[in-house]
Design a protein around this ligand. Structure first.
Ligand SMILES: *Cc1c(COP(=O)(O)O)cnc(C)c1O
Length: 402
């Protein structure tokens, strides 16, 4: 995944685009988050191929920057970290029946659990493995997504109380050890939203329900990127930032990357392919949604929605070409899009920068998100495995050291 393809002799097969990932930025961003987290540790969230940045190199950079834990959604992501030799504590929190719990237990992966069926499957897997499973119980304090519901509905005990009681019984049998308690915030990107405070209070209540039942977790964790940066009182023992690790602002209404001291780690670059001079009135790309206003130069850029360029970027997102920003002309296709560069001097093979940290005048992932009508999370994460990642160790004054 996200690697250069090699031919049978081992030679790399060039691809006409690259995702440069600045690993020094990832490490430095974790440093910023550590400072914000105070006494709490940092669990760097590296799910979804590290938000498109590449799972293993990004995880290693986050650990080098001072993260003490890694978090992923899916078990295969956690196992991939172990297979790559990563020994740091890893938590995986999204499961369906039949998940590879026994494989996870044997690989020393902590399991985030939200429902009684998960506890039963994990306990059974632990017995088969002859080991005790380390679990973190997840409480829904108001997100309304996964997590065991904290609040009573009708006369029965809450889902959270039921989960906690059963976990305590399974601890007594040495099938599980409740190493953590956690929850997730719904609106931390809007710091004054009333749910931010309400969920913190609910989490406090959930922790005391668990501790009264006899659970003694090592770590209690609630904060995502936005809360780590804007609600330090919510930090508990660990914070779980994802997006901010990659240098993007989780709360663009509150502050930009730079305002938070973060540096975007991803730069998406493609090589100009076919360049041609065309007449006024030339329709461009499928459907001819763009027509040239005068004689002009069109540049064909060999990446498209098959690579993660949103089709909604058609006509709206800009790229940096010959030092200038120009919008995508007409529709983004599966493998390519076109830019009308007027009279700018562009040659085949020139770098076309889709987005990056902005240090060379290129748009940012945030600019693309605003143009396309989505969030910066989706822009970076959707850049898929077809484009190879290149890992850049340091960037100074626009010069890269590979
Ligand atoms: C994705 C995720 C995070 C990280 O969220 P960011 O907004 O990217 O910081 C933290 N915790 C859980 C449970 C998540 O699913």
């Amino acid at each position: 995944m996200t690697a250069t393809t090699h031919d049978p002799t081992g030679a790399p097969v060039p691809f006409p685009a690259r995702i440069e990932v600045d690993l020094a930025a990832i490490a430095a961003n974790v440093g910023v988050l550590r400072e914000r987290a105070g006494a709490a540790g940092v669990m760097a969230v590296v799910k979804a191929d590290a938000y498109g940045h590449g799972l293993v190199p990004s995880a290693q950079a986050a650990l080098a920057g001072g993260a003490s834990w890694l978090g992923v959604a899916q078990l295969p992501e956690a196992i991939a970290l172990r297979a790559a030799g990563v020994t740091a504590p890893v938590l995986a929190w999204l499961h369906a029946p039949g998940a590879g719990f026994e494989q996870a237990i044997r690989a020393d992966i902590d399991l985030g659990l939200s429902a009684p069926w998960m506890l039963e499957e994990v306990a059974a897997a632990a017995r088969r493995a002859g080991r005790t499973a380390r679990v973190h119980l997840k409480v829904d304090t108001g997100l309304g997504r996964n997590g065991a519901y904290l609040f009573a509905t009708g006369a029965a005990a809450s889902d959270w109380s039921t989960l906690v009681e059963r976990a305590r019984q399974l601890e007594a049998e040495d099938a599980v050890r409740v190493a953590g308690l956690f929850s997730h915030l719904a609106c931390a990107d809007v710091p004054e939203h009333p749910t931010v405070r309400a969920q913190q209070e609910a989490f406090r209540e959930a922790v005391s329900v668990a501790e009264r039942a006899g659970l003694r977790p090592e770590v209690r964790h609630l904060s995502n990127s936005a809360a780590t940066l804007t609600a330090p009182e919510a930090a508990w023992d660990l914070v779980r930032p994802g997006l901010a690790v990659y240098g993007l602002s989780p709360a663009p209404e509150v502050g930009s990357s730079a305002d938070f001291g973060l540096v975007p780690a991803m730069t998406a670059i493609a090589s100009a392919s076919v360049i041609k001079r065309v007449r006024a009135g030339q329709g461009v790309s499928y459907g001819h949604t763009y027509t040239t206003a005068r004689e002009t130069t069109l540049v064909d850029v060999p990446v498209g929605y098959g690579d993660g360029v949103p089709r909604h970027a058609s006509g709206v997102a800009e790229v940096l070409v010959a030092g200038e920003r120009r919008p995508i002309a007409g529709r983004v296709c599966m493998d390519q899009f076109v830019v009308d560069v007027g009279d700018l001097p562009v040659a085949a093979g020139d770098d076309i920068i889709l987005f990056g940290p902005g240090s060379r005048g290129e748009p940012t992932a945030q600019d693309w998100a605003e143009a396309v009508g989505t969030i910066n999370y989706e822009i970076v994460t959707r850049f898929g495995p077809r484009i190879p990642r290149e890992y850049v160790a340091a960037r100074a004054g626009g010069q890269e050291t590979r």
